[in-house]
Design a protein around this ligand. Structure first.
Ligand code: SAM
Ligand code: SF4
Length: 351
């Protein structure tokens, strides 16, 4: 297996034999969206995502940039139209821009419609221009508060000014931004209207996410869980929210906010299960494909890649796994002190 050199273009991925360019699961859902985690590492330690002392994977366990390109390109050949690069923090992976640069050939050919990124924003000042140059047009920035002290408390290691500078740099570079906020009881519920105004005034969409029971953290999730139907009801006391049909390929449902002229999204895996329209799979940084964020069943895509230069075994493994994609998840947060529904962290599977 050849090793990618720093700055080298990733052009020569193995050819697959022609096959039907579509992935359809047993419930007739077309899988056209892949979220791929490129690292389990992060420069933050958000309290709902990671424990403070995390042990990370040794480098040889991770897919190399070359393998990531090969895998993404195989999905594109199978009809995937949208790739989201995530992590951990994707922009802390060494030479990650090489991957974006190389994948941009699928945007140029028209095979791929979009490459997006989910980031904590810490590295955007450094990379925004280059991301735009590789064809990225939209990014999601995760931000749970605009208060310096609270930001430090929730991310443990983060610095708010660095993220705000990153957001400005991304806007200057021409990237469209969606701000994602995990709604947390007794932490940011009072700040949500202010954050929505800030996002909308700055031309950004704003989406709220319910905290999900993924991975062991240093605390109890029942203390954090804030159902979004409750948040929506409270916003409706002061704002006119009109459902719209905006779709990004993700699971958010959107409303127009008359008073701000912006859009507000709700990602509600717990209060409303969105599985019926699920079009996506997730791949970890070690090449495990999870057909459902909330289920344990997965397929090892690294082994067929490392065992053969030919892509056919890889494609076969992907197809067999899509045939097992479950109808839905069964997350629930109710028992105090209960173990997480899924033991792996979000930073492992990617958000
Ligand atoms: N580091 C990047 C970031 O923070 O955007 C990308 C990876 S992060 C795991 C992706 C998203 O998952 C973030 O928006 C984060 O807030 C969210 N997230 C992490 N753990 C979560 C949990 N237990 N429940 C809900 N969202 C979670
Ligand atoms: Fe890092 Fe993102 Fe997890 Fe926060 S949510 S610890 S920024 S991976």
């Amino acid at each position: 297996m050849s090793v990618l050199k720093v700055g080298e273009d990733l052009k020569s991925t193995p050819k697959t034999t022609p096959s039907t360019p579509s992935l359809i699961d047993p419930f007739n859902r077309h899988v056209t969206y892949v979220r791929i985690s490129v690292t389990d590492r992060c420069d933050f330690r958000c309290v709902y995502c990671m424990a403070e002392n995390m042990s990370f994977l040794p480098k040889k366990e991770l897919l190399s940039l070359e393998e990531l390109d090969r895998l993404c390109s195989s999905f594109v050949e199978l009809g995937v139209k949208k790739l989201r690069i995530t992590g951990g923090e994707p922009l802390v992976r060494k030479n990650i821009l090489t991957l974006f640069k190389s994948l941009s050939r699928h945007l140029d050919s028209g095979a791929l419609e979009e490459i997006t990124v989910t980031t904590n924003g810490s590295q955007l000042a450094k990379y925004a221009d280059e991301l735009y140059a590789t064809g990225v047009r939209r990014i999601n920035v995760s931000l749970d508060t605009l208060d310096n002290d609270k930001f430090q408390a929730i991310t443990r290691w983060g610095r708010l000014p660095q993220v705000l500078d990153g957001i400005k740099a991304a806007q200057k570079a021409g990237l469209k931004i969606k701000i994602n906020t995990v709604a947390l009881k007794n932490f940011n519920e009072d700040e949500i209207p202010k954050m929505m105004h800030w996002a909308h005034e700055n031309g950004m969409d704003y989406t709220l996410i319910e905290t999900m029971p993924l991975g062991d953290i240093d605390g109890d999730r029942t203390d954090q869980y804030l159902p979004l139907d409750q948040v929506k009801q409270s916003l409706e006391q002061s704002y006119t929210l009109t459902p719209n049909s905006f779709k990004t390929g993700g699971p958010a449902r959107y409303v127009d906010v008359k008073e701000t002229g912006g859009q507000l999204g709700f990602i509600t895996p717990l209060t409303h299960n969105f599985c019926e329209s699920c079009n996506r799979v997730r791949v970890t940084c070690t090449g495990e494909m999870f057909m459902c964020l909330g289920q344990e069943d997965n397929a090892d895509l690294r082994t067929p890649m490392r065992q053969s230069e030919c892509n056919e075994p890889l494609i076969q493994t992907i197809r067999e796994a899509i045939d097992r994609k479950p109808k839905g998840h069964d997350f629930i947060i109710e028992r105090k002190g209960a173990a997480p529904a899924v033991p792996r962290h979000m930073s492992m599977t990617g958000g």
